[in-house]
Design a protein around this ligand. Sequence first.
Ligand SMILES: C[S@@+](CC[C@H](N)C(=O)[O-])C[C@H]1O[C@@H](n2cnc3c(N)ncnc32)[C@H](O)[C@@H]1O
Length: 344
Amino acid sequence: MSDAIPPAQAGASSSAHVPVLVEKVIEALAPVEGAVIVDGTYGGGGYSRAVLAIANCTVLAIDRDPEAMERAWAHAGKDSRLVPAAGRFGELDAIVRASGREQIDGVMLDLGVSSFQIDEAERGFSFMREGPLDMRMGKRGPSAADAVNQLTEAELADIFHVLGEEPAARRLARAIVHRRRLQPFTTTSDLADYIERSLGGRQGKRTHPATRAFQALRMFVNDERGELVRSLIAAEKVLKAHGRLVVVTFHSIEDRIVKNFLRDRSGHAPGLSRHTPGAPRAAAPSFEVLQRKAIEPSDEETEANPRARSARLRWALRTEAPAWGGTINDGPRLPGLQQLEGAA
Ligand SMILES: C[S@@+](CC[C@H](N)C(=O)[O-])C[C@H]1O[C@@H](n2cnc3c(N)ncnc32)[C@H](O)[C@@H]1O
């Protein structure tokens, strides 16, 4: 696994978000004059600015975080080619239609959290900063504290195992359930310290013992796996023929989802040969993948910006074939967020 919250990201302070792989994103997206591009993860606006700097086009800037949308509105005040649209990228097809458009030329997604979110202790994303155990990008719904204090031991173990790839998932879940009976978890440092005590110290490891559990909780609370799946299906619906989908991921679970989606949609699903007699007729490929291998940051970029370390970029061209629709397999089932009683 690669960590979603590398030490430098979780601990170091930075005053702004440094966009990752931005030149490669622009190369893959290839925006042209008059294009309409969806930036599904506006964040600090690094990608949007880069697109608008090279092409006279329109960028529909989506983010679920109200603070990111404030930045987008400030940006739009200076450049009317940026059109802010608050919401989740999992519903980007509906957002595109609500903006009065049927089809668009490009979608870019830069998954995970921004440095703005990590650096603000009050948001509760970082185990290196004392703050409420929150982690909600959209500031609504159940928080990480609700998850830690309400899920069953088995559910917590599944979340740590599947979303955090934590080898000691069961042991950690048992310890957390034992401790919360005496005192519920309310802060990031309380949970991080408790995990460190339960799992043992770092023992020469580069990452904090709470890294995987924090990643898992963040992904669960924000339904990041579900959002990614919905966004790929939504992008397939609204991209024009020859439109481009560009996705930057930060850990293996997400990269696998994007890779498998593009492999299947470009007609390379394993065991699905259209030439085998009697084989089910596969739908015509809805994407064309020109570069199979994920694009990774250079050593220089990783050195200058440690957050880039685990970034992987994949991109594809939309074909003229109809969207396949349906859904895709994103791995083992996990408990739903709806069952938690959370602050609205
Ligand atoms: C890594 S940052 C993007 C940084 C941006 N590319 C830049 O250059 O400044 C990820 C952003 O995506 C947002 N985000 C994450 N999941 C989202 C979702 N499902 N829908 C909308 N925004 C989301 C986060 O709130 C965060 O602001």
